[in-house]
Write a protein of this length. Structure first.
Length: 200
């Protein structure tokens, strides 16, 4: 007999199916292997469901990735939104750069950044996924620019849009280096050096 389903039929979704837990497992697989490096077999094995159940619960692979991306931003990637609540512009920038090292080279998560990987490692067949990741990154940079426009503690010669772009570029570089194997301690030191160069 196959495993029982919510309606008692064999071979589908188990009665104890937890959609949030399944999304967390899918997130880890996409984060570790990238969108195109992740197969449906990888996903169903990690999520503990078969392909028809995956389609029924989450849609196709592209739709599942969209849900995973939202979960990433609300979960591990939430530090970027939280950083904007720091009381000074300097602290905002510090939290973003340090947070990039903590997230992308942490002990308990895959190395690298889900969004960065999705922008840079997707071919033509994954155009929508790539555009979604780009849109997320543009929205984050725009939010940072608006926050820096409100900061009164930064030198007057700093142009908020350029500084926001630079901070995101540094964060992207940290994520790429994390994926390439640099340690958390190394990346924190690199982040500190970048902060001294930026903010003195």
């Amino acid at each position: 007999m196959g495993e029982s389903t919510e309606d008692g039929m064999p071979g589908g979704r188990p009665r104890s199916f937890d959609a949030d837990a399944a999304l967390d497992r899918a997130l880890e697989v996409f984060w570790r292997h990238g969108y195109e490096g992740t197969s449906l077999t990888d996903l169903t094995a990690a999520m503990g469901i078969n392909k028809p159940s995956l389609y029924a619960a989450f849609g196709n692979k592209e739709e599942l990735f969209g849900k995973v991306l939202a979960r990433y931003l609300d979960g591990p990637g939430a530090y970027t939104a939280d950083a904007l609540d720091a009381p000074t512009g300097r602290e905002v920038v510090e939290r973003l750069i340090h947070g990039a090292a903590d997230l992308t080279a942490g002990e308990n998560t895959p190395h690298g950044c889900l969004c960065v990987n999705s922008v840079h490692a997707c071919g033509p067949d994954a155009h929508t996924v790539r555009q979604d990741a780009i849109a997320v990154r543009k929205a984050g940079e725009a939010a940072l620019r608006r926050r820096l426009e409100q900061a009164t503690d930064l030198p007057s010669h700093y142009e908020p849009a350029a500084l926001a772009a630079l901070v995101h570029t540094i964060s992207d570089g940290i994520a790429v280096q994390a994926a390439a194997g640099r340690s958390h301690d190394e990346l924190r030191r690199i982040g500190d050096l970048a902060l001294r160069a930026l903010l003195g």
